[in-house]
Write a protein that binds this ligand. Structure first.
Ligand code: SF4
Ligand code: SF4
Length: 103
């Protein structure tokens, strides 16, 4: 007998509530990743936890987005950032990837 696996990922807008559909919707969705430089202390947690390697650290140890289109939208970087310095939001299908916030 198969048991249902609970997902701890945050829900995404427009995803249906049935098992598997949320993850499938996330696979089709693209996300924009914004890093707020004034708040980021370059701890590296976001890049270390990213399961898709969508984030990396530059030579100064600052997080940079490698490619927003490989982001799976899991939200781990945002959830674990101790300084609330990174956000991940679903991109509307007609929008191009937005550049990182360089505040
Ligand atoms: S987890 Fe937050 S503070 Fe740490 S490097 Fe990433 S964005 Fe910066
Ligand atoms: S939401 Fe997930 S896949 Fe996307 S950058 Fe953050 S940790 Fe990586």
């Amino acid at each position: 007998m198969m048991s249902e696996v609970k997902q701890n990922n945050p829900p995404i807008a427009g995803a249906a509530g049935r098992p598997g559909e949320e993850e499938a919707a996330r696979e089709r969705q693209h996300f924009d990743i914004n890093i707020y430089r004034d708040w980021c202390k370059s701890c590296g947690i976001c890049a270390a936890l990213c399961p898709k390697q969508a984030l990396t650290l530059n030579e100064e140890g600052e997080p940079v987005v490698v490619d927003p289109d490989i982001c799976g939208g899991c939200g781990w970087c945002e959830l674990h950032c101790p300084d609330f310095a990174i956000s991940v939001r679903p991109r509307r299908s007609t929008q191009k990837a937005s550049p990182e916030a360089e505040d």
